[in-house]
Design a protein around this ligand. Sequence first.
Ligand code: GEK
Length: 246
Amino acid sequence: MTNPTPTKDRIFAKQMAAGDFAFDDNVAGVFEDMINRSVPGYSTIINMIGVLAQRYSQTDSKLFDLGCSLGGATFAMASKLEKQNCSIEALDNSEAMVSRLKKRVALDPTMDAVINCHCSDILTFPIENASVVVLNFTLQFIPMADRIGLLQKIYEGMRPGAILIISEKIIFPDETLNQLFIEMYHSFKESMGYSKLEISQKRTALENVLIPESLDSHRSRLNDIGFHSFDAWFQCFNFASMVAFK
Ligand code: GEK
């Protein structure tokens, strides 16, 4: 369920003092515009999460959207659900996001019937009976030391055959490629209407908040936990979406 006229993101347009980025009311109010203009391939990733969920959802199971924001992946999965007796657990610890999501869900009785919204920390919320787990650009905001424990908890809560989908900003061990993809990403943002000032101020605000890792780091951590068949199914510059299975 997308908003036909999302409010334009101008948060970093004015000269501002350095400060950390937060998922507050200002960000939630422009989030749809922000993420569509900031993540190359976002709408493709969202649509394909729906397609993957259609294939991997299991009867009598739960689908988790961890760090759901306004529910982009949640609605994509809900619109494709065919299996009997499934629910989608949509979680975010930003009250501003979850209150907006709840209003959107309430507008459509077919969505209301399958989507449960929770204002919760994904580090403490129980994950159980999961056939599909989505971390769509959320893991990168979790403190590095907590990532392995979160992924172990997710693994424990997944059914055999379940799918984990992780989308992230990524870094590359090859410094030339790393630099090239960052520069291409900034060109992409300019092409989406962001000024150089907005791009550099947001970059500074995210510096200690969004910590990206390489595909190899994701791969080896997931393999160590017990996941199998890890790979990226989508990549555009320094953004990727990966799958792994239990
Ligand atoms: C989408 N998945 O549109 N517990 C719960 N939520 C959290 C936590 C936490 N510990 N940490 C961060 N978040 C969405 C986009 S945005 C990505 C995800 C971005 C939430 C945070 O409040 C925010 O809503 C979300 O994770 C990250 O498909 O803005 O780049």
